[in-house]
Design a protein around this ligand. Sequence first.
Ligand code: AMP
Length: 492
Amino acid sequence: MFLWNSSDDKLQEECGVFGIWGHPEASTITALGLHALQHRGQEAAGIVSYDGKHFHSERRLGLVGDNFTKKPVINKLPGTSAMGHVRYSTTGEPALRNVQPLFADLAGGGFAVAHNGNITNALTLRGELVKNGAIFQSTSDTETILQLIARSKLAYDSVIEDEQVSRFIDALGSVEGAYALVALTGDKLIGVRDPFGIRPLVIGKLGDFFILSSETCALDIIGAQFVREVSNGEVVVISDQGIRSFMPFPVAPYRPCIFEYIYFARPDSVVGGLSVYECRKKIGQQLAKESPSFGEVVVPVPDSGVPAALGFAEESKIPFQLGIIRNHYVGRTFIEPQQSSRDFGVKLKHNINKKAVDGKSVVLIDDSIVRGTTSVKIVELMREAGASEVHMKIASPPIKFPDFYGIDTPNPSQLLASFKSIDEMRKFIGADSLSFLSVDGLYKAMGHKNGRDNNNPAFTDHCFTGDYPTTLQDNARECFDEPSQLVVKKEM
Ligand code: AMP
């Protein structure tokens, strides 16, 4: 889902979804699942449960662990079915009205929905809906789906044999972009993946009970079995009768987002049948093949650069060292000392392990460069700690194009690689050398031995190539209408 942030001209998204059907401890399991998906969003979390009569909703700003581990909160979410959502932390105003799952009383009963991804024609659809009398309660694109369901005239479809599912599918027919959705009604849990399968969604099973989750790591934490991925363009309906599957959308090639493998997914997850950890290690190995180095130590920028650095060290035979130590307990807000050093922010998160790098030629590995902020600061800190040379190696190609499908990358004016050459970037970062993985190298590392098949790419890699699998209707509009001028009180 995206949110419009009037103070910053970018869409903000990144989320995780989870749901379970029929389990006596549904909301506890959902809280645990969301906790494992916390890396996909730290701004807010929410759970909706159904107890056979009523829906219950708890939506909170902040981390899952701070909000959903206490009995009084879980007790407010009774029932044997539940689903939830984690949302990304951004600088935009965190308003409770935008926290998912969103819920509406629709024809056929209550309907809760949680969304990972980004609808690329949401503003266009929203404009039309508002003109036709829709009243929006949030600034989230996900509400567009609810509004479309509410207006769907398709009450029954003889194949689907379910009014709510028929309306849901009908509504999604107008939607473009990326969506991995989990929805809960009084008698079913629904999972949907967009026709290209851009964002991940898997089916798991805990005993007899079906689960939907953004990533497999959330299945592991609760001891659930991985059943299979939800296919691209598939709708799965889980109820007391079991699981049913529909493929109602026009057929499209499977093109999951390659950035899940580079940065976004947890390394212990399996996405599209591939271990994210293994992919990252192979990416590091490929990087070492493409840009050999004579440094003395390989140092990852933790945590994102660690698996690629292991692969790089293995391939290059240069020793791996933890030259940067990350503090995992950095909160969202921290009072800066008035006499703050320039590097306060980055030092709070990353400190250089002087012993490992002093006097050495360091090969520094990170997964990606977005604005360049991290790299500039880390290279500077490396030099202060006595590194004789700093060779920066990036385990992905240059990010030249913005994302519109659920990963928070800025507009091109802030994407370093979109307006600087590699040598200009090197100078900006202050490194002795700077190399990126090639697009073909990335595909080779992902098991495509001939590199990228330009006629039929196996992933969506638009951040690197500008090849967007869907139309970007909202983006083509000359200006976005800001959807809301309502000032919402922050509720913590
Ligand atoms: P930057 O400092 O702006 O160049 O961002 C690059 C750093 O942010 C790298 O260390 C990445 O691990 C991390 N990163 C990459 N993509 C994202 C994203 N979509 N959201 C948050 N962090 C990211």
